[in-house]
Design a protein around this ligand. Structure first.
Ligand SMILES: *Cc1c(COP(=O)(O)O)cnc(C)c1O
Length: 390
């Protein structure tokens, strides 16, 4: 495959001025990351700061109801409440080894901003987070968390004042600050080498799952399922299983309200190929290439694009990308709370919702793993609004 490409997807469509820091990053990935020192330091951070390894939890009640064994990979138990810290600790440590003194990041709902701020504080790096002004208002508790962790939050007033605009501003900032600053990108998307870097850092999810399944059941799972926003928790779960033909792999995109013609966050199912944020990928866009607004009840899935490796895995038919809508995710959220005693993030609830709806197509007596990418405490207000419980 062409370097930086996944089939026809991926690449590095950026202004000339961004090429030097991206090349520097690619070299650092090659020269620094494989070293035993780097690996040991990252392993120590993941274990003793973030809380790895995370459990693989068997769900007794739902398994009985569904007719197969349901397992959850518990990324919700990590420090800062989601898988994102796997990536930010890796990139912060790499930045430090590269001699950088600061991180810049974008954030939508604020989860990646918080995970970046925590990693920066831990490793003694400055931290600037670009966030759409609209999101700053909607996600005030994460803004407060970032500030308490010592980060500077810069509201972005351009465009729709959301994630897509924050990424543009962060890339622009990086051009000027590349000497001292690493861009800690939040998902397995963007220009090469970010999709590969983030995937490699998140693959710890799938590697652990594989070993845990073998230890607990003596076999590989029959099905692994994860929600897809930009695609980092999903590719982290999927990548170590891609070469195992016996393992069915399901990505779940957010269908939004699910009504025809309404905004959604499902570019693989409902989008077309195009270029955004430095990559060729599947996008929600008009016929003449204007990016369309995305919508999902879950802020973390609300992105009009998707990482290029997912676009590729869909195109070659290795991974099936299904849909779950807002109402189904809210139902799955409640189901998991009440049957298994776990509050899942609304993002992760989409993956569970797909399993609940399609359980008849899954192998009776088999083993199904859902990646529980984050915890749902952050979503309580939204859930209560929709469910009218208080
Ligand atoms: C950010 C987030 C996601 C979506 O991002 P990906 O890069 O697609 O993983 C999913 N789940 C949780 C809990 C998140 O915070």
């Amino acid at each position: 495959m062409k370097k930086g490409y996944f089939g026809e997807f991926g690449g590095c469509f950026v202004p000339e001025l961004l090429m030097p820091p991206l090349q520097e990053l690619e070299e650092a990935m090659r020269d620094i990351m494989p070293s035993p020192t780097f690996k040991e330091e990252l392993d120590d951070l993941l274990r003793n700061f973030a809380g790895r390894e995370t459990p693989l939890t068997y769900c007794p009640t739902l398994s009985k109801r569904l007719g197969f064994s349901l397992w959850l990979k518990r990324e919700d138990l990590l420090h800062t409440g989601a898988h994102k810290v796997n990536n930010t600790l890796g990139q912060a440590l790499l930045a430090k080894h590269m001699g950088k003194t600061a991180l810049v990041a974008e954030t939508g709902a604020g989860q990646h901003g918080v995970a970046t701020a925590a990693a920066a504080a831990r490793l003694g790096l400055e931290c600037i987070v670009f966030m759409g002004a609209e999101d700053v208002e909607r996600q005030s508790s994460n803004v407060r968390r970032m500030k308490l962790l010592g980060a500077e939050v810069r509201p972005v007033q351009s465009g729709t004042r959301t994630l897509k605009d924050a990424i543009n501003e962060a890339l622009r900032y990086w051009i000027a600050a590349q000497e001292t600053t690493h861009y800690c990108f939040g998902t397995a998307a963007g220009p090469h080498p970010f999709p590969t870097l983030v995937r490699n850092l998140q693959s710890v999810i799938g590697r652990e799952t594989r070993a845990q399944m073998l230890e607990k059941t003596g076999r590989l799972p029959d099905v692994v399922v994860a929600a897809v926003g930009g695609g980092s928790n999903a590719i982290g779960m999927f990548h170590p299983f891609v070469d195992d033909a016996s393992v069915r792999i399901i990505g779940v995109e957010a269908a939004g309200t699910g009504e025809p013609g309404c905004y959604n966050s499902a570019p693989i199912n409902l989008g077309t190929p195009g270029v955004l944020h430095g990559q060729m990928t599947m996008l929600l866009q008009t016929k003449d290439g204007q990016i369309e607004p995305s919508h999902s009840v879950s802020a973390g899935l609300d992105y009009p694009g998707v990482g290029p490796e997912h676009a590729y895995l869909s195109a070659i038919g290795r991974v099936h990308y299904g849909l779950a809508n807002d109402a189904e995710a809210l139902d799955a959220f409640q189901t998991l709370c009440r049957t298994e005693g776990i509050l899942p993030a609304l993002e992760s609830s989409h993956a569970l919702a797909w399993v609940l709806r399609h359980h008849g197509e899954l192998p009776a007596g088999g083993h199904v793993v859902v990646n529980l990418s984050g915890r749902g405490d952050k979503d309580m207000d939204i859930v209560e609004q929709h469910l009218h419980i208080s």
